[in-house]
Design a protein around this ligand. Structure first.
Ligand code: F6R
Length: 241
């Protein structure tokens, strides 16, 4: 794994967007998996600007969803789907048949996970994942203690995730369960960027960098990835040097 430290969020976002653009210029129909959440929004906006300036063409890319809160759909405040549609899929006018997202409103979430696993196999695997780290070191909704051997699954959300997740909503939410790709998807993806920003993530970054690779710290798995990158801004990196 390589580690890159950028000066601030702006530079971090620039770097992440260039990474995606390079991946797409190498493989125009790449299979991409992008996290929602606050961290990648700057990169998404830069990517959209690059596309509008004709510097990158994502029109042939296929997208697979990383995760979703159980019971939330595209129109719901705080859903991963809503953020990805608003920040990427709609501005770039990605055709619906190139989007493979979880239906977290389904009564059969386990079936959704099995379908996602099959889809990813049919697509030939994931070329690039842009993921973020939770305050507890989760990736997607792979919470501490999740086996590195899992594919998509229904996840019981950790207390920390239930609390921190409130930031995406204007009213208190019951966030007990989610659906997520598994850590084997991450290990098998051709490349992975773990993007982390801000001083509030400095402690978890320090653990990711210095602790052993362990299922108690899912984000540490990126360290084992031959094409893994830990992409930080200087505030997130402050305790890791
Ligand atoms: C979101 C996701 C989560 C977030 C993580 C960091 O799709 O998979 O694992 O990446 O919780 O969230 P932010 O970026 O809001 O700090």
């Amino acid at each position: 794994m390589q580690t890159i430290i950028e000066s601030d969020y702006e530079a971090l976002s620039e770097r992440a967007s260039e990474w995606i653009a390079k991946c797409v210029s190498d493989k125009p129909d790449a299979v991409l998996c992008l996290a929602a959440g606050a961290t990648p929004v700057g990169a998404f906006r830069k990517l959209v600007s690059m596309a509008r300036e004709g510097k990158v063409d994502l029109s042939k890319c296929r997208f697979v969803g990383l995760d979703e809160w159980a019971g939330l759909g595209r129109e719901d405040e705080g859903s991963c789907k809503r953020l990805l549609y608003e920040e990427i899929f709609e501005p770039l006018q990605i055709p619906e048949d190139q989007l493979y997202m979880f239906d977290a409103c389904s009564e059969d979430l386990a079936g959704q996970c099995q379908a996602m696993n099959r889809r990813i196999e049919t697509l030939g695997g994931i070329d690039f994942m842009l993921v973020g780290a939770g305050m507890n070191g989760h990736i997607g909704f792979n919470e501490p203690g999740t086996s590195f051997d899992t594919y998509a699954h229904v996840a019981n959300l950790d207390e920390v995730t239930q609390q921190v997740g409130q930031k995406y909503f204007t009213k208190p939410m019951r966030l007990r369960t989610g659906v997520t790709l598994g850590l084997r998807h991450l290990a098998e993806s051709r490349s992975v960027v773990l993007m982390v920003s801000g001083s509030h993530k400095a402690d978890i970054v320090e653990r990711i960098v210095n602790e052993g690779i362990s299922e108690q710290l899912p984000a540490s798995l990126v360290r084992k990835h031959p094409n893994g990158c830990l992409l930080l801004d200087s505030e997130a990196a402050v305790k890791a040097r």
